[in-house]
Structure formats: structure tokens, C-alpha cells
Design a binder for this molecule. Structure first.
Ligand code: ATP
Length: 456
């Protein structure tokens, strides 16, 4: 990563080249939401598929699940999210801007209007998005003892209430969809401990101040694992997951020196966690959390047992030893991984006296692996041969080969460099004679002639 790299460089490249756009942009946007364009989707999928391959497909102690986003609200009551999934919110009495109190540079100064001493006491703001389930979800006016409707003093609007039984939430984490399926998977597969359940999917948090591009969004994607262990052996599993997280950072191509392991101490840990390690990354916005690893004891399964009345214990095969397993939870955020990948890959150099921007993405993550071009697009014999090469590569690398005949070759190379395409394949007149093509390497800009059958 370039030490001078600014977040704006990444945001502008992401938009210009079709990775990530502002959500609902044509209507002025919707704060904290982002839309993925064609290359962003491919990059995101490459990251998520790699994770699934490493942590589910290639292991025999992991099981995948894909739970519903909408869950019974009792899930969120039992987990503590209804009462405590909050951030401290302060409001400026001068400009009415709202800020997250624990993320202010100066706790006394409003970053919107610059005035000092305008914040009152912080109040706890619940970050879950509430929603209503079922066609009968109709709000009714709240009445006082005389049967008159309550109104909001400022706006004059009638205050409405929903039947709490219809209230649900967009899940603020994927983890609870795993815990609620623990018993199902045990009953179907009866795996030996330790074993894990993995899930990828959307999570929603009504962040007080979404910011820093996709780093803090209101809708984002998580990849989470709940790894169930015998409480006697939790430390061993915790260490195992520390090393697995490091393998993951390597696979993402993150430079080792930019990832930092932070042991979260005492009061900074969630109350149920006996040990938490946050992995932080040096983003252009500073050193911030990339992902977290927590030892959650039996907190979640015990809560489910207490609130549902269903047993969550596990019997070690062939014995009478029963207990509620403890849990190690590695929790990965897709957006923060993707942002770290883009920041690590961003490069600028000079080629033939011109500034060049390129993404040195690892080959397995680059959205496009090969760009195929005929040297001249008005020569049908070159186009025909190039189409042949394109079709063959596209078949072997579905979705990751681009046909590119726009502008001259120099422009095509620059465009492909910017989106991180490792190889540009050019078909020219010599190809027609001897079947060789030019393969140009993104990082070195070197060009080699090789037989078109041997590109892969
Ligand atoms: P932060 O302290 O930055 O708000 P957190 O500690 O609340 O994060 P967790 O609840 O541990 O985050 O969520 C696990 C992971 O999910 C995070 O490490 C991060 O990668 C991702 N994540 C959490 N909130 C967001 C968000 N608003 N936007 C994007 N990713 C997020």
C-alpha cells in the first residue's frame, strides 16, 4: 500500500471503474448504503468464495448454514440485542447534528458546526432496524385515559404503536442465525467436538454516523463462524483460530506489517467474552478494526436454552458426559476485507513518463483475470482469432475474462491496470502465422509471446 494513499483515491477508482457506487445515487443517495457494480460483485464474490473454500469446503469439521435474515424477535431479546445493542449518541444543541459519542475526536466539540460545549448527556441508541411482519402489521394511535390520541408536541403528528408481537428486526449480525441452528445440525449430523458452523450474509445496523466508504455501512455483509468446543480445550481452539485468521490475511494479499493483533482487555470486551482479539488494519483512515475473534463461553447457547426451554447440551459419544459447548467466534466483515484488499493493492508508478495507477490484486481475487484484444479492431481476421482465444479462456474462467477492443492498446492496458487485471492477451498478425499471442503482465508491464494454447 502506498503510504500517501488517501481514501478518496480508492473511492474514486471504485466508482470510475465500476466496483462500488453510492446506494440510490440517482435520488441523491441513501446514507450508509453502497451498490456493487460489475467488477465489485466479482471481487466481493471472489473474497467470499475464497473464505468458504478455506473455512468450509477444505475442512471436515465445518458445516455451512444459510439462515433467514428475518428472525423471531425472541432471538434478539434473548441475545441481549433489544436491550443492549446500542451506541452512545449525542446531539448538538446548536446545529442538531447527531454523533456517536465514543468516536468523536474531541468529545466537547461538534464536528459538524465546530461549536464547543453543545452536547448534552449521551443517550443509548439501539442500532437494530425494526420492521413489522405480516399483512396485519398496522399501527394504531396511542390513546390517553380519555380516549384522545397522543400527539408529538413539535410536529403535531399522532403517535402510533404497533403490536409488539408483529415487531421483528433486520438481523444486526449473522451469528444468531447460526446459534439457533446449532441443535438442528447436531441432531442431523452429530459431529464430534470441536466443530463449527459457518454463515455468510447481510447484516444491518442503523449506524449513527456511517462513514469512511464501505468501512462503516448500514447494510453490509458478514462471514461468521461459531466453533463449538469442549470448555476444557477452549484455549487451544482460540490459538488455532488466531493462526487461521492470519492465513486468511495472507490469502487476501494483505501485507503482514499492516495487520495488527489487539488483545482487548477487561472492560473493553463484551461482558460475555472471556477473551477477545481484534485484528486491525492500517487503512488510509487510520488503524481500524478489520475483524474480531471472541471466546463467547456458553453465553449464547445457554441464553437460548433458558429462553426457549429446549436443551442445548451435547453428549460426548459413548459417554454420559454432557455439557453446553463453549464457543470461539471469528467474525469477518466482507466490506472491511474488500477495502483492505483494495488499499493493499493500490499502486502508482511511472511508465514512459506517464503516471500509472494500477491494482496489484492477487490473481485469485482480481475480478478479471484475462483481458483479450485484437490488436486492431477493424481487421476481421484478427477479431475472429481473438474471439476464438476469448471463448476458450472464458470457458475455463467463467465471468473472469473481458473482451476489450476499446481505444488503442495503450489505453486498454491502462484501463485493465486500474481494475487489476493480471494479464492482457493481444492477438496480432503474427498470431495468424504461428499461433502465438502477446501476454502482457500488469505488474512488470513485460510482454511475452506464447502459444495461445498455453496461456493458462
Ligand atoms: P465497530 O467497533 O467498528 O463498530 P464492532 O466491534 O461493532 O465494529 P462486530 O460487532 O464485532 O463489530 O462485527 C464483526 C465484524 O463485522 C467487524 O469486525 C466488521 O468487520 C464488520 N462490521 C461491523 N459493523 C460494520 C459496519 N457498520 N459496516 C461494515 N462492516 C461492519
Amino acid at each position: 500500500m502506498d503510504s500517501e494513499l488517501k481514501l478518496e483515491d480508492i473511492v474514486s477508482l471504485a466508482k470510475r471503474r465500476g466496483f462500488i457506487y453510492q446506494g440510490s445515487e440517482v435520488y441523491g443517495g441513501l446514507s450508509g448504503t453502497w451498490d456493487y457494480g460489475p467488477l465489485g460483485v466479482q471481487l466481493k464474490r471472489n473474497i467470499m468464495n475464497l473464505w468458504w473454500k478455506m473455512f468450509v469446503d477444505e475442512r471436515d469439521d465445518m458445516y455451512g448454514v444459510d439462515a433467514a435474515i428475518l428472525m423471531n424477535r425472541k432471538v434478539w431479546q434473548a441475545s441481549g440485542h433489544v436491550d443492549t445493542f446500542t451506541d452512545p449518541l449525542v446531539e448538538c444543541s446548536n446545529c442538531n447534528a447527531r454523533h456517536r459519542a465514543d468516536k468523536l475526536d474531541d468529545p466537547n466539540k461538534c464536528p459538524t458546526c465546530g461549536k464547543e460545549g453543545t452536547f448534552g448527556e449521551a443517550r443509548q441508541f439501539n442500532m437494530m432496524f425494526e420492521t413489522f411482519v405480516g399483512p396485519s402489521a398496522v399501527a394504531t394511535p396511542i390513546e390517553d385515559e380519555k380516549g384522545e390520541n397522543y400527539t408529538n408536541e413539535k410536529t403535531g403528528n399522532t403517535l402510533l404503536a404497533y403490536d409488539p408481537s408483529q415487531v421483528s428486526y433486520l438481523r444486526p449480525e449473522t451469528a444468531q442465525g447460526i446459534f439457533t441452528n446449532y441443535k438442528n445440525v447436531v441432531d442431523s449430523f452429530y459431529p464430534d467436538l470441536p466443530f463449527g458452523l459457518a454463515q455468510q450474509g447481510k447484516a444491518f445496523r442503523n449506524e449513527i454516523s456511517p462513514r469512511d466508504f464501505v468501512f462503516r455501512s448500514r447494510e453490509f455483509e458478514q462471514m461468521e463462524i461459531e466453533y463449538f468446543v469442549n470448555p476444557d480445550n477452549w484455549e487451544e481452539s482460540f490459538e488455532h483460530w488466531i493462526s487461521q485468521c492470519k492465513e486468511w490475511f495472507k490469502a487476501l494479499g494483505l501485507p503482514e506489517g499492516r495487520v495488527h493483533e489487539l488483545e482487548v482487555e477487561g472492560d473493553d470486551r463484551a461482558h460475555y467474552s472471556k477473551r477477545t482479539v481484534d485484528f486491525e488494519f492500517d487503512y488510509p483512515i487510520g488503524r481500524e478494526e478489520l475483524m474480531g475473534l471472541a471466546y463467547r463461553t456458553d453465553f449464547d447457547l445457554k441464553n437460548i436454552e433458558d429462553n426457549s426451554g429446549k436443551k442445548m447440551d451435547y453428549t460426548i459419544k459413548g459417554t454420559n458426559t454432557r455439557f453446553i459447548p463453549h464457543v470461539i467466534e471469528p467474525s469477518f466483515g466482507v466490506e472491511r476485507a474488500l477495502m483492505a484488499v483494495l488499499c493493499s493493492a493500490y499502486r502508482e508508478d511511472e511508465q514512459n513518463g506517464e503516471r500509472r495507477v494500477f491494482l496489484a490484486l492477487p490473481e485469485h481475487l482480481a475480478p478479471i483475470k484475462y483481458a483479450v484484444s485484437p490488436l486492431l479492431k477493424n481487421k476481421p481476421e484478427l477479431v475472429e482469432k481473438a474471439r476464438e482465444v476469448y471463448a476458450k479462456l472464458a470457458k475455463e474462467n467463467p465471468g473472469r475474462v473481458m473482451w476489450d477492443d476499446n481505444g488503442n492498446i495503450g489505453k486498454r492496458y491502462r484501463r485493465q491496470d486500474e481494475i487489476g487485471t493480471p494479464y492482457c492477451v493481444v492477438i496480432d498478425f503474427q498470431t495468424l502465422e504461428d499461433g502465438t499471442v502477446t501476454v502482457r503482465n500488469r505488474d512488470t508491464t513485460e510482454q511475452n509471446r506464447i502459444n495461445s494454447a498455453e496461456i493458462e
